[in-house]
Design a protein around this ligand. Structure first.
Ligand code: PEP
Length: 253
């Protein structure tokens, strides 16, 4: 059974005190996550140690970094290595968020290098993909997103691929309040699973969690997560409101 995941992306928001309060408010509630459900919090780098301490002993709850660098160590001022993350006990990293692709020009090839180093250090990448509005309007979103997977993931062995979580995030739905319809989300998720099945096998593809991201809110999470190929969500805005994210976690299948 593939994992159902509610992943919070705090982005560059909150002070550490606000972050502590938010985590306290969310993880104090008993969510009784089942063995195949997870809650993940991608917090800003300076809060990783604090957050990691807060969730100590909590089952199926993980802290994630929002990025990492593709090199092991060295003269890369301002970057964070996977070894540093590992030394903090971090086992999940968000890679290729559209904001990183757009503002920091992260390419599919660069992301392939980051995927590789994460896997080398047993860190699970939540690999983000998704099309901008102009591609959706042109109707070529399937090809666009398949290319992102191909160029960043297809060099992986089947065993390696099983360690990846994919987050489909149509860029036109991120932070816009404009959510993909359940039909649009299910259609793309089923398509992505079908391309993975073609490249690897249907058994492998059926094991990969594919999260939806793009204006997931407390009032639409249940419907979106109810789609057969949607395995939870990567959530920005609603993840920094305790009550909303609690509802989102409780909306997991
Ligand atoms: C995100 O940050 O990945 C995201 C989907 O943001 P929002 O939920 O605010 O659209």
């Amino acid at each position: 059974m593939r994992k159902q995941i509610a992943a919070a992306n705090w982005k560059m928001n909150l002070t550490i005190q606000q972050g502590e309060q938010l985590l306290d408010a969310i993880i104090a509630k008993p969510h009784s996550l089942s063995a195949d459900q997870q809650a993940v919090f991608a917090v800003p780098f300076p809060y990783l140690a604090m957050a990691q301490q807060k969730i100590a002993g909590k089952k199926n709850v993980f802290i994630a970094a929002q990025n990492c660098y593709s090199k092991k160590s060295g003269a890369y001022t301002g970057e964070t290595s996977v070894e540093m993350l590992q030394s903090l006990g971090i086992s999940v990293v968000v890679l290729g968020h559209s904001e990183r692709r757009e503002y920091f020009e992260e390419s599919n090839q660069f992301l392939a290098d980051k995927v590789n180093i994460c896997l080398e250090y047993n860190i699970t990448p939540i690999f983000c993909c998704g099309e901008p509005l102009r591609i959706r309007e042109a109707g070529t979103q399937n090809e666009y997103v398949a290319k992102q997977l191909k160029e960043s993931l297809y060099h992986l062995s089947a065993d390696q691929l099983k360690s990846i979580v994919i987050a489909y995030e149509p860029i036109w739905a991120i932070g816009t309040g404009k959510t993909a319809t359940t039909e649009q989300a299910q259609e793309m998720h089923a398509y992505l699973r079908s391309v993975l099945a073609k490249q690897y096998s249907s058994a492998i593809a059926s094991e990969i969690s594919i999260l939806y991201g793009g204006s997931v809110k407390a009032n639409n999470a249940k419907e979106l997560f109810g789609c057969p190929d949607v395995d939870g969500g990567l959530v920005g805005g609603a993840s920094i409101i305790a009550a909303d994210f609690i509802t989102i976690i409780r909306s997991l299948k």
